[in-house]
Write a protein that binds this ligand. Structure first.
Ligand code: G3H
Length: 527
């Protein structure tokens, strides 16, 4: 299985991952297991996927044990963790990130094998996550400093801070199994919430090396990590009504069905990152070279399996031909390879994805679109070469669906209302890429676009980063906002202590502060 694979990235043996983390203890799983496969080495139709190992297929009983542990650690907000001094929670997080960095090579290698992400992007995913944690620590200190003073209004003195929300169920996506999941989990727990975290269907083994770091860094029950299917784990947890926040990056259908299971939906807060259908709009005066490069990376990095990928291209009639020629040549010059070869295109990790991509192509071509690049649609099992489809129309599946893979629908326009109407009628509202040069033309378009999506990328592809900027969407694309700062807000609520401004209360407050009797009422400053 390891022929021609650089020794550093070869797998020595299959990985029998049989542990989980509940209530501060690493438990050993003795029940059923799920096989973990890799599509990397299958490039002929009858090639079998290789087995990387297996992972626990945990059951309802253990899901509820994880919930019980998180619930006990939170204790309706009276537990040690939610009432702890902020700097003590920060110390736990610092310890975690120090231990996490020791696992970089192991996690990066598994990212490549499990989800087929190329080496450069796998390393970036790990490093970006570490940076995210460090930035979160800095930002939390700042939020805490900003809350360290008394307001005095209409005779009422108030110390206002942000407090936790409760128990968080945290579910991440396969395309960023480390980064996006941790971008939910880390802010959730640092704010004093407790969490149950279940990795996505793909990208499971890479979480195992981090269990020990979680166990060593946080008090029992603060982080509980379980493995298995959503139906068997997440569903029974939601049915108890004990989840205060559903934090999910993935598909809206999962978010809706989990929400529906909660018996008191009004109590459930949502932090969701969902589907998107981000368009590129190319005006007639766009810089062709720059536009082609941005559209190429925007639509095809990690084979288009990013929620922020450009998923449809609208090109102005006047430059359509030049653009399509240059774009198709660039797509055709891309190489398909294995992750450690650092090609932009790599095998798709989901066994059924190639079939879905072919169905989208067949549907579009049966309704009048053509594959206009030479290599478009060529397939070697899970190695799927991107297809550029033109002209795409409203009746085609690829016009509406988030393809999340290597197929690029193109539509030409002469009236800017064509792409604007597409966006206005779309179920999604995450981002757009706008290419052009004339401020006369761009100005009014930008003014409309900012109200249709939440990020307008001028002359560049869509993306989430830098992580300090808000990441959110309208309509079915998101609920709540994530960024280093906003995520801390999304996982917390303003709560405060108010007192009539009189000598008795003033004296109590003074003594609470001087004698350090409260972790909430304090005015010290964490640097
Ligand atoms: O899948 C969606 C990710 O949040 C995209 O992040 O733009 O950094 O690739 P990215």
């Amino acid at each position: 299985m390891n022929q021609n694979i650089p020794t550093k990235y070869a797998l020595d043996s299959s990985i029998h991952h049989d542990t989980y983390l509940i209530d501060g203890k690493i438990g050993k799983w003795n029940g059923e297991f799920t096989e973990v496969i890799s599509t990397l080495l299958a490039n002929q139709e009858d090639d079998k996927y290789i087995t990387l190992g297996d992972s626990p297929k945990m059951d309802k009983k253990h899901a509820l044990l994880a919930l019980e542990a998180a619930d006990k650690a939170y204790l309706n907000g009276t537990g040690t963790w939610p009432t702890m001094k902020v700097y003590e929670r920060i110390n736990c997080m610092q310890k975690f990130v120090d231990l996490m960095v020791l696992k970089r090579d192991e996690v990066v290698k598994l990212l490549m094998w499990e989800i087929g992400k190329n080496l450069k992007d796998s390393e970036k995913e790990f490093d970006r996550t570490v940076d995210y944690i460090n930035e979160t620590i800095k930002e939390y200190k700042k939020i805490d400093r900003d809350g360290a003073f008394f307001h005095n209004n209409s005779g009422v003195r108030a110390l206002i801070r942000r407090g936790p929300l409760g128990v968080v169920l945290c579910l991440g996506p396969y395309n960023y199994p480390l980064n996006e999941t941790f971008a939910l989990l880390i802010p959730a727990i640092i704010m004093g919430n407790t969490a149950i975290f279940k990795p996505a269907k793909h990208g499971v083994l890479l979480i195992a090396p981090l269990l020990e770091a979680f166990k060593k860094s946080f008090p029992p029950g603060v982080v509980n990590i379980v493995f298995g299917r959503g139906r068997e784990i997440a569903a029974p947890i939601m049915e108890t009504g004990k989840i205060n926040v559903l934090a999910l990056i993935g598909h809206s259908s999962s978010a809706i069905s989990l929400q529906d299971l909660h018996p008191q939906k009004n109590r459930l807060r949502l932090v969701l990152g969902l589907e998107a259908k981000n368009p590129a709009i190319i005006m007639d005066d766009a810089d062709l070279e720059l536009t082609v490069n941005e559209c190429l990376n925007g639509s095809l990095s990690y084979n288009g399996q990013r929620c922020t990928a450009i998923k449809v291209i609208y090109v102005h009639e006047k430059i359509k031909e030049k653009f399509l020629k240059k774009f198709c040549d660039s797509v055709d010059s891309l190489k398909l390879g294995l992750p450690w070869e650092n090609t932009l295109l790599t095998p798709l990790p989901e066994p059924n994805k190639p079939k879905y991509i072919s169905e989208l192509i067949d549907d579009a071509t049966s309704k009048g679109a053509k594959i206009i690049n030479k290599n478009g649609g060529k397939k070697f099992k899970n190695f799927v070469f991107p297809a550029v489809l033109y002209p795409v129309s409203e009746d085609m599946d690829v016009y509406k669906e988030e393809q999340f893979g290597p197929v690029i629908p193109v539509i030409s326009f002469s009236d800017i209302n064509t792409p604007i109407n597409f966006m206005a009628n779309s179920n999604y509202g995450q981002q757009v890429s706008l290419f052009g040069n004339s401020e006369e033309k761009l100005g009014p378009i930008i003014d409309s676009l900012v109200n249709l999506v939440c990020r307008v990328n001028l002359n560049s592809s869509c993306q989430r980063g830098p992580d300090v900027y808000p990441f959110t969407g309208r309509k079915d694309s998101a609920v709540a906002t994530l960024s280093v700062h906003d995520a801390l807000r999304s996982f917390s609520i303003r709560t405060f202590v108010a007192s009539k401004d009189n000598p008795t209360n003033k004296n109590i407050l003074r003594k609470l502060i001087d004698n350090k009797k409260s972790n909430f009422i304090r005015t010290d400053y964490y640097l």
